[in-house]
Design a binder for this molecule. Structure first.
Ligand code: OOG
Ligand code: MG
Length: 254
């Protein structure tokens, strides 16, 4: 991504050091291809520092998220092992600029998946599904961005916690969910909020990842997107998600 070295360095430093940066493309002039190029180049730097690629996250796959952030195109980002928090480990506030949390469904793949696939084909590649909490942390001041900007910033990826894995042998197209902060329900919803069926989010992930030359791999995790608006989180809080039929996942922010 020649010509964008400065932006790549700023975004990579911001993610690494939990610093906020000003918006650099308020008029949305950057092409989406260049925005994904910046994302790819900044992830390449993380991989060069020893991080390992572990999957893909989808964004704006629910109306709730589109409305909250004022954008209406599905986006995607790259997950690395450094973003993964084992359930039960404390999540330090110092790792983030201004973290938010949202309820998601996670897929674990047992086969590679890429290109234009049908839902049944995508389902056949799924080893397991689990409730997940995604911690998003836009590096932009005030969590405000345009579409190219959020794409360049790896779709605000910064952390995720995954609950117990379950075989994908139950209908997961419309599972009720409740996200709680300190035991108080703050968001309720359903996996049906994700493109009408979260499997469609996996199908979309297979398509965009392959188009980027990085087809989904066995062992990778795909986060299907926030099913409800995201909530701000603060040290001292316990965040949990209960999903119908799939149990709970939670973490403590310290
Ligand atoms: C962008 C990331 C969107 C989702 O699940 O919709 C996303 C953001 O809201 O900062 O992760
Ligand atoms: Mg998300």
């Amino acid at each position: 991504m020649s010509g964008y070295d400065d932006v790549i360095t700023k975004l990579d430093d911001a993610a690494r050091l939990a610093l906020e940066v000003p918006q650099f493309d308020k008029e949305s002039k950057l092409s989406l291809a260049d925005a994904y190029g910046i994302q790819s180049a900044s992830i390449a730097r993380r991989l060069a520092r020893g991080e390992r690629r572990v999957g893909v996250k989808m964004g704006f796959t629910s109306r709730a998220k589109m409305v909250q952030m004022g954008l209406s195109d599905v986006i995607w980002g790259r997950l690395t092992d450094a973003m993964y928090f084992e359930e039960g480990t404390d999540v330090p506030r110092s790792r983030f600029v201004h973290p938010r949390v949202e309820p998601e469904l996670a897929f674990l793949l047992k086969k590679p998946l890429g290109g234009k696939v049908a839902g049944v084909e995508a389902l056949a590649a799924v080893e397991a599904i689990a409730p997940a909490l995604e911690i998003i942390d836009s590096r932009y001041r005030d969590f405000k961005f345009t579409l190219p900007e959020v794409i360049a910033d790896n779709a605000s990826s910064s952390g995720f916690v995954v609950g117990g894995w379950h075989a994908p042998d139950q209908d997961f197209s419309n599972l009720g969910l409740v996200m709680c902060i300190d035991g108080r329900a703050v968001q309720i919803g359903s996996t049906a909020a994700l493109l009408g069926d979260p499997l469609r989010s996996l199908v979309a992930a297979a398509r965009v990842a392959a188009a980027a030359g990085e087809p989904l791999q066995a062992g990778w995790i795909v986060l299907a997107g926030g099913a409800t608006p995201a909530e701000w989180i603060h040290p001292g809080q316990h965040i949990s998600l209960r999903m119908q039929g799939l149990g709970s996942v939670g973490f403590q922010m310290v």
